[in-house]
Every structure is written in structure tokens, then in C-alpha cells.
Ligand binder design. Sequence first.
Ligand code: HEC
Ligand code: HEC
Ligand code: HEC
Ligand code: HEC
Length: 122
Amino acid sequence: MKTLLVLLTLIVVWLLTYGTPFASAYPEKAHYYGSPEVILPMTFAHGDHTETRCMDCHHNFVDDTGGEPCMHCHVSDTSVSGLLEPQFHDFCRGCHEKEAAAGKVSGPVRQCIACHLSDLRP
Ligand code: HEC
Ligand code: HEC
Ligand code: HEC
Ligand code: HEC
């Protein structure tokens, strides 16, 4: 009983000093990538995606529609803006799911925070 109390006290002191380890940073919506609307941040690093050809993602270069960042179009072009969530989830998470199903190293599949916490661009 006494050890339990000591343990609990230590935990409380830890939490008060360092904050909870569970509910850490929370994603904040903002005008990322020049988006005219506030959106969730997208955690994305090219360094994790060197196996994929540039054009597979930067389709706008293939069809020559422009060189601007994805969200310039995907948030403001009304032909696709309503599809932001399903299209990007299919695209990003879809590939991660395929890779994971094939037993390969993949990016996040379920953990929202792994893709929506920070804005890592390089
Ligand atoms: C897996 C998908 C993917 C691949 C592969 C990829 N990119 Fe990207 N790229 C993105 C995303 C997502 C962004 C970030 C959002 C944005 O800024 O539009 C981005 C941003 C960029 C930007 C900054 C755009 C800007 O104006 O802010 C450049 C430049 C770029 N990529 C070049 C490349 C080149 C060159 C390659 C190939 C060597 C490449 N990318 C491969 C998805 C990809
Ligand atoms: C110049 C505007 C523009 C830019 C920049 C752009 N897109 Fe798109 N994107 C579109 C339009 C318009 C469509 C719908 C028409 C189509 O399917 O080609 C689309 C479709 C898509 C789709 C759905 C394709 C499908 O087959 O369902 C995905 C995924 C996508 N874009 C991802 C991206 C990513 C990732 C980037 C940045 C690396 C990007 N787009 C940059 C305009 C753009
Ligand atoms: C064609 C396949 C493919 C596409 C498309 C793709 N990814 Fe990935 N992603 C991967 C693979 C494979 C890895 C694992 C790389 C590694 O760890 O070596 C990865 C890793 C990641 C990671 C790193 C996770 C970590 O543990 O550090 C994040 C975050 C991520 N992807 C986000 C995205 C986002 C956001 C998009 C869409 C804009 C995207 N990915 C599109 C294949 C893809
Ligand atoms: C593999 C990466 C990835 C995972 C995992 C992921 N998302 Fe996303 N999600 C994206 C990308 C990329 C976009 C489009 C760009 C953006 O909105 O930042 C997006 C868009 C969204 C949007 C629409 C617009 C916005 O930004 O407000 C919502 C809402 C959303 N995601 C919620 C979730 C939730 C909830 C989960 C967990 C169940 C989740 N996402 C998991 C990558 C991911």
C-alpha cells in the first residue's frame, strides 16, 4: 500500500513537472501551403519517399497544369476541393496500406497524428 502511494505521488509529480506523455501536441489548423482555407498540417518528408518517382505525386507537372504546391489547387479549385480528405487519404494512406500489406516498411496507416502533427517539408 505504501509503495503504491509513493508510486502514485511520483507519477503526479512527474505529470506536474513534465506534462502528460499521452495527449502531447495537438494538430492546429492553419493556412498551410498557401491554402486559402485553414486545413490540418500534413506531415510529409521527401526523404521518406525517395522510392517514388516525382511525377507520381507531382501529377500537375505531367498534365502541365502548373507548378504550385498541391494545396493551392486542392483547396481552392472547386472541382477537387470537396474531395481533399478522401483523395489524399486514398493517395497517401492507400500507398502505405499497400506497402504494409506487402510486408514492406510503410508510412502511417491509422495514426492520424503521424500525418497531421507537423509540417515537415524537406
Ligand atoms: C510521395 C509523393 C511525392 C514524391 C515522390 C515527391 N514529392 Fe515533392 N511534394 C510532395 C508533397 C505532398 C509536397 C508538399 C506540399 C506542397 O508544398 O505542395 C511536395 C513539395 C515539393 C516541392 C515544394 C513545392 C512548393 O512550391 O512548395 C518541391 C520543389 C518538390 N516537392 C519537388 C519534388 C521532386 C523534385 C521530387 C522527386 C525527386 C518530388 N518532389 C517527389 C509529394 C511528393
Ligand atoms: C495546378 C493544380 C494542381 C496541383 C498543383 C496539384 N493538383 Fe492534384 N489534382 C488537381 C486536379 C484538378 C485534379 C482532378 C483532376 C484529375 O484527376 O486530374 C487532381 C487530382 C489529384 C488526385 C486524385 C487523382 C485520382 O486519380 O483520383 C490526387 C491524389 C492528387 N491530385 C494529388 C496531388 C498532389 C499530391 C499534389 C502535389 C504534390 C497535387 N495533386 C498537385 C489539381 C492539382
Ligand atoms: C507510393 C507510395 C507512397 C505514397 C504515395 C506516400 N507515401 Fe508516405 N511513405 C511511404 C513509404 C514506403 C514510407 C516509409 C519510408 C521509410 O520509412 O523508409 C513512407 C513514410 C511516410 C511517413 C514517415 C513515417 C515515419 O515513421 O517517419 C509519413 C509521415 C508519410 N509517409 C506521409 C505521407 C503523406 C502525407 C503522403 C501523401 C501526401 C504520403 N506519405 C504518400 C510510401 C508512400
Ligand atoms: C498517411 C497520412 C494520413 C493519415 C494516416 C491520416 N491523414 Fe488525414 N489527410 C492527409 C492528407 C495529406 C490530407 C490533405 C492535406 C491536409 O489537409 O493537410 C488529409 C486531410 C484530412 C482532412 C481534411 C481537411 C483538413 O485538413 O482539415 C481531415 C478532416 C483529416 N485528414 C482527418 C484525419 C483523421 C481523423 C485521421 C485518422 C483517422 C487521418 N486524417 C489520418 C493524410 C493523412
